[in-house]
Design a protein around this ligand. Structure first.
Ligand SMILES: Cc1ncc(COP(=O)(O)O)c(C=O)c1O
Length: 402
């Protein structure tokens, strides 16, 4: 983080009660720019609101020309209020309610992606009731699991998408959906992937599979969603995703698809990569104690606000994720476990990290907390107040959650 951003954060710790979240918009802009450099011309980027749906953040991301990937009616309305057009919005999710689908169809959301046969039937019925013919996509749960993701969401028995082996019979009888037009296919195989080669391999599989269905059923697909799952490094052992390699490899497999099947729009969605590095969760030490030889640091907050392992359970978080805001002169380093205020032994933010001994009142910042932070938490457990959220942008710091 830039020294001026750290200074801004330090200032917030002097004027506000813990815990707080701080986001830095330049970091978001940097990620979007980095992604776009070298990106294949057919790719359109969508921001996955689930990573951080704060309307101020969504609005600014929309202003960068990024579309929205939403998974609920409320996310759809946040994207709409952020002035992201329905035509630039993808609507995914394993359990979309009737009213949510109705609103998506009526508003002309361009990429509604069905995740079950029943959802196709429901969409057809809704479109008929509105006297519309609606473009839909199908999310395919591939035969092959996503490679290298820290949370696999494709290729296993899952609630996501329709199994690849069930697709052909659906395509054979797609004509029964009189008010649906099959416009796209989508696969998303997992999150927190730092291996460019495996992202290329996953994309290759997705495009080959879609191509096979296109040839076999003479489909006129206008878009294919390839997901992404691009990760960010959280620990010393993790390296930045090699974007040059990823773009070059994905570009090759897209070119091959276009050569064989004609032009297509490639949708790529990203949450963690776009916002993850922009955020910091800051909290204060309430108590320190030793139990059977182990040092526990109890902070004013916890996994109900910030739970990095929720969406990246296999990541081995270490002390590099911590930015201490204290004068550590004369403090010995020791192994410490940072825990929250919840009445469960699972409320552990970081286990056995070697850092200068914390004392009550010290502020601790957790870096890379911009994605799957506050809204991925069990925020009502123990009825603690919600942390405030601040956004540093254009030289100003604004409160984006009262
Ligand atoms: C279908 C879908 N798309 C996109 C995302 C966002 O993933 P990421 O934050 O890894 O970019 C997810 C995360 O669960 C997802 O399920």
């Amino acid at each position: 983080m830039l020294p001026e951003v750290l200074d801004g954060i330090r200032q917030l710790t002097r004027t506000h009660a813990s815990p707080i979240y701080v986001y830095h918009f330049d970091a978001i802009k940097r990620q979007v720019t980095k992604f776009r450099e070298g990106m294949h011309r057919s790719i359109k980027l969508f921001y996955s609101l689930k990573a951080n749906p704060n309307p101020h953040i969504v609005k600014r991301i929309g202003e960068l020309g990024v579309g929205a990937e939403v998974c609920s009616g409320v996310e759809l309305s946040i994207a709409d209020s952020a002035k992201i057009s329905f035509k630039d919005t993808i609507f995914l999710g394993p359990g979309k309610r009737e009213d949510e689908l109705y609103s998506a169809v009526r508003n002309g959301v361009r990429f509604i992606i069905a995740e079950s046969f029943e959802e196709l039937e429901r969409l057809d019925r809704i479109a008929k009731s509105l006297h519309m013919v609606t473009d839909v996509g199908i999310r395919v749960n591939p035969l092959r699991p996503g490679v290298s993701s820290k949370l696999v969401m494709g290729g296993l028995p899952l609630q996501f998408g329709i199994d690849e082996e069930q697709i052909a019979p659906i395509l054979e009888r797609f004509g029964r959906f009189s008010n649906l037009k099959l416009a796209g296919m989508h696969m998303y195989v997992g999150t927190q992937n730092l291996n460019a080669e495996s992202i290329i391999e996953n994309t290759d599989y997705i495009l080959r599979t879609a191509g096979r269905f296109v040839s076999e059923f003479r489909l006129d697909l206008r878009y294919i969603g390839i997901g992404g799952g691009m990760g960010i490094p959280y620990a010393q052992s993790e390296k930045d995703l090699n974007l040059d390699l990823m773009h070059a490899g994905i570009g090759c497999v897209i070119d091959r698809y276009i050569q064989n099947h004609g032009n297509v729009e490639i949708l790529m969605e990203s949450g963690r990569f776009i916002v993850g590095e922009s955020g910091m969760y800051l909290t204060q030490v309430i108590a320190t104690k030793t139990s059977r030889g182990k040092h526990f640091i109890v902070v004013n907050g916890g996994t109900h606000h910030y739970s990095p392992t929720f969406m990246a359970p296999l990541t081995k978080f270490d002390e590099t994720i911590i930015t201490p805001f204290m004068d550590d002169e004369g403090r010995e380093k020791r192994l410490q476990t940072i825990v929250g205020t919840l009445c469960t032994p699972h409320d552990v933010l970081l286990r056995n990290v070697e850092l200068p001994a914390f004392r009550s009142g010290d502020w601790i910042g957790f870096r890379n907390a911009g994605a799957y932070g506050l809204t991925a938490g069990r925020v009502l457990f123990l009825s603690h107040p919600l942390p405030k959220e601040f956004l540093i942008a254009d030289g100003c710091c604004i409160n984006i959650r009262e």
